[in-house]
Design a protein around this ligand. Sequence first.
Ligand SMILES: [Zn+2]
Ligand SMILES: [Zn+2]
Length: 151
Amino acid sequence: MQINVAQQLKSPLGDIRYYSIDETSREGSRIRGEVKLVRTNRSILVTGQLRTVIESTCSRCLEAFECPLEFEMEEEYFPTSDILSGLAVPVSEEVDDFIIGGDHILDLNEAVRQNILIGLPSKPLCQVGCAGLCQKCGYNLNYGLCHCLGY
Ligand SMILES: [Zn+2]
Ligand SMILES: [Zn+2]
């Protein structure tokens, strides 16, 4: 998920470009969706609607399942060098800023990884109304009832 923004950095303020994403993240998840890049006076502002599927574990029955996840992102990327002069641009010290290196490549990987972490459900469920485990024998009640419950 890397976009060369050299041309856009040369474009006037407000220049907008759209990119479709269909790539595999470093963590191995397929990421799909659209991002919009806007040239601002100091940066490239990236907004996007993305979706993926995460390997997750149900918080009730403890079975592994594939959890679909949709998330929105909005991140600002600051160039570290001036596209026309090639001179270094002072970059702010804020840790959560993203930068565009001297190769003018805007790398979405880290921002996507962070947005996935934020978007993960704290108590994922394999299905709405997952029946969970029997508290006595641990049987997965999604597969039916166990002997403890009189069957
Ligand atoms: Zn479950
Ligand atoms: Zn049981």
